[in-house]
Design a protein. Structure first.
Lengths: 134, 134
DNA sequence: GACGTTCTACTACAAGTGTAGTAGCGTCCC
DNA sequence: GGGACGCTACTACACTTGTAGTAGAACGTC
């Protein structure tokens, strides 16, 4: 697992662009970001370099330019970001987040449906290999 | 609603110290943070000032020193932080977060219990507002 | 009223972020 | 093989964050 340096706002956007299509050229990434951000080519390049330094993106020279590809998937990044929020704002306790969700946030019917599935799935998983992590 | 400038890691710790006890003197805040962080008095002062600038803390001179108190409660801060994470990492969609939780995170029995309560509560709430619970 | 003790205000400085410019190199085209 | 063009590498610069020091004001004490 690469050093879990957290992704900044702008970096998330770049990663999103990469997750949208496996190896992509710098040009492609810029193109994908154009509508969302309007960043200059060099801005995107800077961000890509920083991401490579951080180990979040792998680069490979390919003839003319380079091809970039994420070093981990979106779920992994999301898990890390969530953990980071948990530590920062919820005393690191998952339960606190759930409590907050239940008391403070408004849920739609679809959300509730999702939660029901979530419970069922969690139950299945935990009974399969009987463990309850913190 | 004060300008929702997001709280940084260190600022969260200071806010936590303030939420732990209504108006508190600078000295008190430092004291509460000592074990957790070991920060110098002036470090805490700097953070408090920044929080005042951001509108997250209100200050009031009181004889010798000042008394500080949070300008909003922890739930509000949590809601904002969550929103920010949502926008950054989950395409701004609450459902994406729930999906992530259901598929990616491991839940304990207590978590599941909490979720069940959450669903029930949401159902109650939404039926009160006259939406059919499917 | 001189002194020590506290606080506050201002300043500092390195790392990280957002955003981009410039120079130079490799490649493609005629 | 010389020019046009695209791409990478390096540099820039302001703002935020983490962490603190110093100088001076205010207050309590004898």
């Amino acid at each position: 697992m690469p050093p879990a340096t957290p992704l900044s706002e702008a970096e998330w956007k770049v990663m999103d662009a990469l997750w949208a299509g496996a190896p992509a050229s710098g040009r492609e990434v810029v193109e994908r970001l154009r509508t969302r951000t309007g960043w200059a080519y060099t801005t995107v390049q800077t961000l890509l370099s920083r991401l490579v330094e951080k180990g979040a993106v792998r680069v490979r020279r390919e003839g003319a330019g380079s091809l970039y590809e994420p070093a981990f998937d979106r779920s992994t990044a999301r898990r890390r970001a969530l953990r980071s929020l948990l530590d920062r704002a919820f005393d690191g306790a998952f339960g606190n987040l759930l409590h907050h969700l239940s008391v403070e946030e408004r849920l739609s019917e679809a959300d509730r449906e999702r939660l029901r599935a979530m419970i069922a799935q969690a139950r299945r998983r935990s009974s399969r290999h009987g463990r309850a992590p913190r």
